[in-house]
Design a protein around this ligand. Structure first.
Ligand SMILES: *Cc1c(COP(=O)(O)O)cnc(C)c1O
Length: 400
């Protein structure tokens, strides 16, 4: 960080931060990037040093200069006091929930959460006497009415996984904080570049680094950032589990971080372009993209976010499953697969109905999620156009 004459560091803007954070070239013979430190054992010069643990690194499970470089960079990016780096986004969700939970606790989790989050709550935390109650993502400040004496955390995810509901994060955070409840957000879609989680009132923020931070579909990584109030508790819980990420993956993520602003900007622009184009298609009933004025959460998105990333969903008009499948199978540039945030476009048919409990998911037709990559948008539209032609062929095919 640059210093002014008083020695205080100047606050850099996000794009600059992404190029500067987590680097100290002259600690590494001038090489621009931090090296990959692999190691389990860390040696101490003397017994006194060992007994006093008087050095920044003491054992591999607690981190290396490479993982620490990414953690420190992410803290700057997220506006956090500390960050813990773990091997996947789901591990980050588990770490955040374990940091803010105890036996007998009650958790409030948005009904629109990433479904493995629900599985962790219902399949693991429940075994330790933790009760999870799912709430309507659009609840806003009425969440106050669900907070009990035993409530220890409220988890948000905005936009919701697949279904894309936007939550009133500041209102929910304020209601939770008034009762001393930990405010957690899964901020993977927006990243701190488009939604500063701690500035908006969250105590712990989860990021699947697998997605936009890595950006290349070649690593799994998770980050939990904490404000000053929760930083110590987070670090303590992290150390108890020793679930650190590998230095090689941290190094790849640091590499991804340097181009993250550019990729996100371009993928956000391209996705919005494709979303608008799809909204005008006769085969499409609705496009679930918060930057579209037709989205029910558009006003909240506009108030709280500084942009949109590359993921959105669509609902087709009532279409036989077979025709919707033919559309997806016909696409050449959209891979069919889980995850997202890489440089390549993806499509995923989905159905939230089986796991929703607080709200009903009953769209008029088949639902598809898109992740837009870095291809030329004109090619993507041609590919979708060909897919729709296949869909129409299916509908007008010979009756059986
Ligand atoms: C992908 C994803 C995760 C999990 O990340 P992994 O690294 O795949 O475990 C968590 N939350 C959200 C919102 C995601 O989309």
């Amino acid at each position: 960080m640059a210093s002014d004459e008083s020695g205080k560091s100047r606050k850099r803007r996000m794009a600059t931060l992404l190029t500067q954070a987590g680097r100290a070239p002259f600690e590494h013979f001038g090489f621009v990037n931090p090296p990959v430190y692999r190691g389990s054992t860390v040696l101490f010069p003397t017994v006194a040093d060992l007994e006093g643990l008087r050095q920044p690194y003491t054992y591999g499970t607690k981190g290396t200069p490479t993982t620490r470089a990414l953690e420190e960079a992410w803290s700057e990016i997220a506006g956090a006091a500390d960050t813990a780096l773990v091997p996947s986004g789901l591990a980050a969700i588990a770490l955040a929930l374990l940091t803010a939970t105890k036996a007998g606790a009650h958790l409030l989790v948005t009904d629109s959460a990433y479904s493995p989050t629900r599985a962790f709550c219902d399949g693991f935390l429940a075994r330790f006497g933790v009760t999870t109650e799912y709430y309507d993502p659009t609840i806003g400040s009425d969440v106050a009415g669900l907070i009990r004496e035993e409530t220890t955390a409220v988890l948000m995810e905005s936009p919701g996984s697949q279904s894309m509901e936007i939550q009133d994060v500041p209102a929910i955070a304020a209601a939770a904080r008034a009762r001393g409840v930990c405010v957690i957000i899964d901020n993977t879609w927006a990243t701190p570049l488009l939604f500063p989680p701690h500035e908006r009132g969250c105590d712990l923020a989860i990021e699947a680094g697998t997605k936009y931070l890595s950006g290349h579909s070649d690593i799994l990584l998770g980050l939990v950032s904490a404000n000053a109030k929760w930083a110590k508790r987070l670090r303590h819980t992290f150390n108890l589990f020793a679930m650190g990420a590998s230095p090689d993956d941290a190094s790849l993520a640091l590499r991804g971080m340097r181009t993250m602003a550019l990729r996100l900007k371009e993928q956000g622009r391209a996705a919005f372009d494709v979303a608008q184009w799809l909204e005008a298609r006769p085969e499409v009933a609705r496009v679930l993209h918060p930057a579209l004025p037709s989205h029910p959460g558009h006003a909240l998105w506009k108030r709280d976010f500084s942009g949109s990333s590359g993921v959105f969903s669509i609902i087709l008009k009532p279409t036989p499953k077979q025709a919707a499948e033919a559309f997806v199978d016909a696409l050449e540039l959209f891979g069919i697969g889980f995850s997202w945030g890489g440089y390549e476009s993806l499509v995923l048919p989905f159905d939230c109905a089986p796991y929703r409990t607080a709200t009903r998911w009953a769209p008029e037709g088949p639902a598809l999620r898109f992740s837009i990559g870095l291809e030329d948008v004109a090619d993507l539209k041609e590919d979708l156009e060909a897919g729709f032609a296949r869909l129409r062929d299916c509908l007008s095919g010979p009756a059986e």
